[in-house]
Each structure stands twice: as C-alpha cells, then as structure tokens.
Design a protein around this ligand. Sequence first.
Ligand code: 3HC
Length: 288
Amino acid sequence: MADPVTRVGLVGGGQMGAGILEVNARAGLEVVCVEVSAHAARSAEQRLTASLERAVSRGKLDAEDRDDALARVRFEIDLHALAGCDLVIEAASEDEALKLDLFGRIGRLLDEDAVLVSNTSSIPIVKLGAASGRADRVMGVHFFNPAPVMQLVELIPSLTTSPQTLDAMRSYVSERLGKQPIEATDRAGFVVNSLLVPYLLSAIRMFEAGYASAADIDKGMVMGCGHPMGPLTLSDLIGLDTVRAIGASMYGEFKEPLYSPPPLLDRMVEAGLLGKKAGHGFFRYADA
Ligand code: 3HC
C-alpha cells in the first residue's frame, strides 16, 4: 500500500464492527460499512449513533465532532460498495466458512494495492489470505471490546503477509487510530485470547460445577485481583457465542482441554442466552 489509509471499508456492523466503525470515523477516516441486510445496517447505525451520543453526554465528544463523524460513515448492503477502499476490515461473525467466502469475494473487488484484514481472534490468517487471492496484502488486525475504549490492537501477519503490509498496518493503528499495537504469530488465540479464553472457560466450569455463585466468582476476581470486571461478566460482554467459537478454534488447533468449551456454554448458546447483547447470559441486562 503506497499511501496512508484514507478510505476504509468495514464488513459487519455488529458489536465489534460498530466499535471499529466509531474508532475510524472519530479518527477522521471515511468509512463504508457493509451489512447483510437493510435491517442489520440500521442496527449498526443505531449502535454507532448511541455510542457517539453516550460520548457526547459524558462530555468526551462535542456535538459538532459527533456530526462530523456520522457524516463520514455510509451504510451499504452490497460488497461492491467496498471498491475503491484502501483498507477493508472484516468484522463478521467468528465463522471460518463465512470468512473464507467473504475473503474470496472481497479480494476480487479491491484495487491492486489495497489491504484486506480480519478482526478474527482465532481463525488462521494464512487461510484467509489464500482465499483472497492477494495473500501478501492480507493480515489480522484484532481490536478489543469495547473498541472505542480499549487501547490495544493485535497485528498478526501470516507466513504470506508482506513486510510492507505489516508496516502499513503498524502506522495505521498507531499513527492514524492512536492505538497501541502488539505483534503476534498466526496461531489461534494470538497473545490475548491465548491467555484470556482458558481463564474465562475455567470460570464457566467453576460455575457449572456449583463451586460458587456467578456473582461470587466475579466478585472474587474484581475485589481479589483488581480486574475491571469478573470473568462471567466479561464473557457476557464479549458474547457467549463468540467465547464458544474462539474456544472451539483454539481447541481445534492445539487439542488442549482447557480451551474446550464446557457443556454449559454450549447449552447457553443453543438457548440464545448470548450475554449482554441478548439481555441475558450469566447475568441479566435491562438495557440490551
Ligand atoms: N463503548 C464506548 N465507550 C464505553 C463503552 C462502550 N461500549 N463501555 C464503556 N465505555 C467507556 C465509558 O464511556 C467510560 O469512558 P470515560 O471514563 O471516558 O467517561 C469508560 O469506558 C468507563 O466506563 P464505565 O464507567 O461505564 O464502566 P467501567 O468503568 O466499568 O468500564 C469497561 C467499562 C471499559 C468495559 C471496563 O469494565 C473494562 O475495561 N472491562 C474489561 C473489558 C475487556 O477485558 N475487554 C477485552 C475483551 S477480549 C476481546 O475483546 C477480544 C475478543 O476477541 C474476544
């Protein structure tokens, strides 16, 4: 990629996608967000507007900057709207088949020197690169939830990513977005989820075994270790479907039992108890 990023495409405006959208729009970048339907696009727009509104009401953003950020964002339902972007960030569900299909389709639409990245937390980047037909210009750029607040971004080059692509993403993340990058090898979980996910799954197993209540497990880690939230609240924030999907990918790669999603997590996902976004997970949420 020859020039700095100015026009960003974002695929998926869900919980993480909307946060990434906000980060880019507030950094002054033009963003086109592609969703699967008009309904999903409206939900993405509502998420973005509500988050910007919250920043205004807390005195973190003035009304003019909110309006400018909103004016830089466009919502579309056709992947062809990504043509002409210098950078496309895929933030669809953590589903390997879906992502491989998207990378194949998006890879064909982009200009020669555009970069295509995934916000995946556990799917092999090298496979996404191969599917895209532009493997040297594909890598992982992994944000953390809530993206407007969390400062870290993991950069994951694959075996086929070019050094120029990694350099371009390093500058985009640190200079353009003002975030803190760390680099990790292309193995499921990268740095943070390799450490975080077995901890979250252990807390779920502890609750499943009746060892302690959900509230006490969380209180233990908040009051005993100074974490901002306990592991069950954090699992609810991330989304139990996402926690399960990441655990399953990591287990698939390493066959490490600590990464294997426990039966209670499977049952909760099957029941639609997906955490905060569904209003109910290990805890109940009034404002979902
Ligand atoms: N969007 C935007 N801003 C938000 C937000 C959101 N969803 N949630 C909270 N904030 C902002 C608030 O506006 C506030 O900003 P201010 O201090 O500038 O006014 C600040 O964050 C603190 O918010 P609150 O006072 O409402 O609440 P807390 O102090 O409890 O903080 C939290 C909320 C930032 C979410 C904090 O509890 C926290 O850091 N939790 C841990 C989050 C975490 O570990 N994330 C990583 C998950 S792993 C991941 O994402 C990887 C993936 O692959 C699974």
